[in-house]
Design a protein around this ligand. Structure first.
Ligand SMILES: Nc1nc2c(ncn2[C@@H]2O[C@H](COP(=O)(O)OP(=O)(O)OP(=O)(O)O)[C@@H](O)[C@H]2O)c(=O)[nH]1
Ligand SMILES: C[S@@+](CC[C@H](N)C(=O)[O-])C[C@H]1O[C@@H](n2cnc3c(N)ncnc32)[C@H](O)[C@@H]1O
Ligand code: SF4
Ligand code: SF4
Length: 337
C-alpha cells in the first residue's frame, strides 16, 4: 500500500479524508436478552473466554486509540453490564492521559445497581435500548420478561446524573403500538428518544427490508400526534441521529436512518471487538487482528500500525444497496452496534 502523508499523520484517517474520533468498544458478546432483530432465540455460541481481551489488554489498546485522536469511547456489547470488571475498566480509561469522554449503550438490565458506581468511575452518559412501553410486547420482542428492570435502570441512570439519558428503539412494521406512544412515555420522563432503522446485522441473517420502518415512515407516524421541526443540518455533525424539535422544543426526537439515508460520508467511528479486532465499519468484512499482535509481544508502534492500516482500508460506505452486498459474518451482538 502507498504511504501518503495523511496515512502517516497523527490522526486516524482514511482514504476518503474522514478522521476517526469516536471509538466503540464491545466489552463482551454475551447478553441477557434475545432481541428478535439481533439474536436468535437460542444456538448462538459465545466467544470463548480466552479469546476475549483482558482488562489490561483492553485499556492498553484504548490508550493507543486515544493517542491517535479518539475523543469519545463508548462501551457496548453484547450487554456491557455483564462484564464484571466494567466499572474498573471505565475508571482506568478515565485515568488515561487526555482521557476521552465516556458513554455506554446498554439494555439497562442491572443499571439500577450499576449506574451510580459507573458515574463515580467517570462514565458521562448512557443510551438505553427500549423498543416498547408494553411489558407484554417487551417479552415478545426480547424473549425475556424484563421490562420493569429496564424501567428501573433508566431511572437510576437519570438519578446518577448520566445525562442526557437517551433511549434507542429499533422500529419495525410488526410493532403494535405507535411510535408516538413510546415518544410520549420518554417525553414524560425526560429521556431523549431515537428510532433506529433495522439493519442487516442480526445473527440469524433474517433481515428483510419490508419489515423495517424507514425514517420517513416513522416521521409520518410521529406527526400524527406531535409536530416535528427540522434542526439545521450543521447541528448534526457526524451523529447517526437526525434530530427534530418536538412541538417546538426544547425536547427532541431522533431518527437513525442508517439504511434509507446513510450518513457514511461524515463517519468518525472505529470499533474494537471484545476479542481484540479493529473494525473500520459496522459492516466491515475484514478486521485488524490486535489480539494476535498483543499476545505475541508487539510494541505500541506495531499495534498502532495495525490500527492505522485497518482504518486506511475503510470503504466509502456500507453498500447495503449495492448488488454485491454481503452481510458481515460477525453479528451485531459481537460488534456492539
Ligand atoms: N450505520 C451505522 N449505525 C450506527 C453507527 N453508530 C451507531 N449506529 C447505530 O445507531 C444506533 C444507536 O447507537 P448508539 O450506540 O446509541 O450510538 P450513537 O447514536 O452514536 O450515540 P450518541 O452519541 O449518544 O447519539 C444503533 O443501532 C447503532 O448500531 C454507525 O457508525 N453506523
Ligand atoms: C447491539 S446493541 C449492544 C448494546 C446493548 N445490548 C443494547 O441493546 O443497547 C447496540 C444497539 O444496537 C441496536 N441494534 C441491535 N440490532 C440491530 C439491528 N439489526 N438494526 C439496528 N440496530 C440494532 C440495539 O437496539 C442497540 O441500541
Ligand atoms: S440488541 Fe442488545 S440487548 Fe438486544 S439482544 Fe442485541 S445485544 Fe442483547
Ligand atoms: S455504516 Fe460504516 S461507514 Fe457508514 S456510518 Fe456506519 S460505520 Fe460509518
Amino acid at each position: 500500500m502507498t504511504h501518503t502523508p495523511a496515512r502517516e499523520s497523527a490522526v486516524l484517517g482514511d482514504r476518503f479524508g474522514r478522521v476517526a474520533a469516536d471509538l466503540r468498544v464491545s466489552v463482551t458478546d454475551r447478553c441477557n436478552l434475545r432481541c428478535t432483530y439481533c439474536m436468535p432465540a437460542e444456538g448462538l455460541d459465545w466467544m470463548p473466554r480466552p479469546e476475549m481481551l483482558t482488562d489490561d489488554e483492553m485499556v492498553r489498546v484504548i490508550g493507543l486509540f486515544v493517542d491517535l485522536g479518539v475523543r469519545q469511547v463508548r462501551f457496548t456489547g453484547g450487554e456491557p453490564l455483564l462484564r464484571r470488571s466494567l466499572v474498573d475498566v471505565v475508571r482506568r480509561v478515565g485515568q488515561l492521559p487526555n482521557a476521552p469522554r465516556m458513554a455506554m449503550t446498554t439494555n439497562g438490565i442491572g443499571l439500577d445497581r450499576l449506574a451510580q458506581p459507573l458515574a463515580d468511575a467517570g462514565l458521562h452518559r448512557v443510551n438505553v435500548s427500549l423498543d416498547t412501553v408494553s411489558p407484554e410486547r417487551f417479552k415478545v420482542l426480547t424473549r425475556r420478561d424484563r421490562f420493569h428492570d429496564v424501567e428501573r435502570g433508566l431511572k437510576a441512570a437519570a438519578d446518577a446524573g448520566l445525562a442526557p439519558v437517551k433511549v434507542n428503539a429499533v422500529a419495525m412494521h410488526s410493532d403494535v403500538e405507535s411510535p408516538a406512544d413510546l415518544l410520549a412515555w420518554c417525553l414524560d420522563r425526560g429521556y431523549q428518544l431515537r428510532f433506529i432503522e433495522q439493519m442487516p446485522l442480526d445473527a440469524q441473517h433474517s433481515w428483510d427490508r419490508s419489515t423495517m420502518m424507514t425514517g420517513a415512515q416513522l416521521r409520518t407516524a410521529i406527526e400524527e400526534r406531535f409536530t416535528l421541526t427540522d434542526l439545521p443540518a450543521e447541528a448534526r455533525g457526524s451523529a447517526p441521529a437526525e434530530e427534530f424539535l418536538v412541538d417546538g422544543g426544547p425536547e427532541t426526537v431522533g431518527l437513525i436512518a442508517s439504511v434509507s439515508a446513510p450518513f457514511c460520508a461524515a463517519c468518525d467511528r472505529v470499533r474494537l471487538t471484545a476479542d481484540g479486532q479493529v473494525r473500520n465499519c459496522l459492516f466491515a468484512r475484514d478486521e485488524g487482528d490486535l489480539r494476535a499482535q498483543l499476545r505475541s509481544g508487539a510494541s505500541d508502534e506495531q499495534l498502532t500500525e495495525v490500527i492505522r492500516s485497518t482504518m486506511w482500508a475503510k470503504a466509502a460506505g456500507h453498500g447495503i444497496d449495492l448488488p454485491g452486498f454481503v452481510q458481515p459474518q460477525r453479528p451485531m451482538s459481537a460488534i456492539g452496534g
